[in-house]
Design a protein around this ligand. Structure first.
Ligand code: HMG
Ligand code: MG
Length: 301
């Protein structure tokens, strides 16, 4: 399978990127970020989570964020909604898409969503049913697809099984999350291929964290088998500054720069994207983690 001619980028910075920030991120900074990302040409911007505010306080203002953003024609603003309560709150905010999330590792599911994988899938059934009745698209996430901080190795067969279950209950797409960024290209490609063989390439998305600096290499390996939906976070947001060695999501700037070089369409304006990354990191009191953003800033200085 040849590389795709265009890639659909799912920008997860406002959600995955900001959910671990230790300090309060002002509502205005979140809203400005989402609007700037839309201005840069991103068509899917994950904008928050309807989860327990005790678990993830940084996402507690998601309803306010959704009320304040300047919704653009043709742009989707999905949010995480792990249970019926989350979906009901999301519906009240007028979302057109939500995402449910589970893991390929039992140990991680217990820590992240406080239940077993099977229980998480059971919990999603009414979420998917209500979403279908309301015409809301649902994306599924599988975490720890290339390793788990608590159980170590994660069998590819388990990733396939969970992905198939999500599609069977109605998810239009499954995003494969290397939550702790331990994957390397050959393993990433084999895992994505195994999933795509079962749920189809068009339903297969990839979500890499850059903890070990492998995210871009992993994306390239998966592009080679035809994967065409890639998650990324502007400025490489997502690292927790207080967790030693933890770094964030694949930076959208790095992804766009590589795809531009490969002649793969994204519809994203790199200069505007980098400006969005500089603005949010300035609001957080730091500079973008993206190498491309750093190089662009150095050149402009
Ligand atoms: P629980 O404690 O098992 O469930 O939480 P519960 O039903 O017993 O509820 C406990 C409390 O949470 C109750 O409040 C509920 O009302 C409230 P209390 O009575 O104690 O005051 N609650 C909610 N509040 C608002 N919105 C809701 C909601 N649901 C319950 N939707 C739950 C289960 C899943 C809710 C909880 O474990 C949770 O919120 N976890 C947060 C998980 C999370 O957001 N993780 C980060 C996102 S996943 C990720 O980052 C990975 C990804 O990027 C891919 C990758 O990299 O791998 C996607
Ligand atoms: Mg993530």
């Amino acid at each position: 399978m040849a590389r795709p001619q265009s890639v659909r980028i799912v920008e997860v910075g406002p959600r995955d990127g900001l959910q671990n920030e230790p300090g309060v991120v002002p509502l205005a900074a979140k809203v400005a970020l989402i609007d700037a990302l839309a201005d840069a040409g991103l068509k899917v911007i994950e904008s928050g989570s309807f989860v327990s505010p005790k678990w993830v306080p940084q996402m507690a203002d998601t309803a306010a964020v959704l009320a304040e953003i300047d919704r653009r024609e043709g742009v989707r603003y999905p949010v995480l909604a792990p249970n019926l309560k989350g979906l009901e709150l999301a519906l009240a905010s007028g979302v057109e898409e939500v995402a449910v999330f589970t893991a390929a590792s039992e140990a991680f599911a217990a820590k992240n969503i406080n239940c077993t994988i099977a229980e998480s899938l059971e919990r999603f059934t009414p979420v998917l049913d209500l979403a279908r009745a309301r015409g809301i698209a649902v994306r599924g996430y599988v975490s720890c697809v290339l390793g788990c901080p608590y159980q170590g190795e994660v069998p590819v067969a388990k990733v396939v099984e969970v992905s198939e279950a999500l599609v069977a209950m109605g998810c239009y797409e499954v995003s494969l999350g290397d939550t702790i960024g331990v994957g390397t290209p050959a393993k990433a490609r084999a895992m994505a291929q195994a999933v795509a063989d079962h749920i189809g390439l068009a339903r297969t998305a990839i979500h890499f964290h850059d903890t070990y600096g492998q995210a871009l290499a992993n994306v390239l390996a998966c592009l080679d088998i035809g994967v065409a939906t890639v998650d990324a976070a502007v400025a490489g947001l997502g690292g927790c500054p207080y967790a030693k060695g933890a770094s964030g999501n694949l930076a959208t700037e790095d992804l766009v720069y590589m795809l531009n070089g490969l002649g793969i369409e994204t519809g994203v304006d790199l200069d505007r994207l980098a400006a969005a990354g500089r603005a949010i990191t300035a609001a957080l009191g730091r500079t973008p983690a993206s190498k491309v953003a750093q190089a662009m800033a150095a050149k402009a200085a």
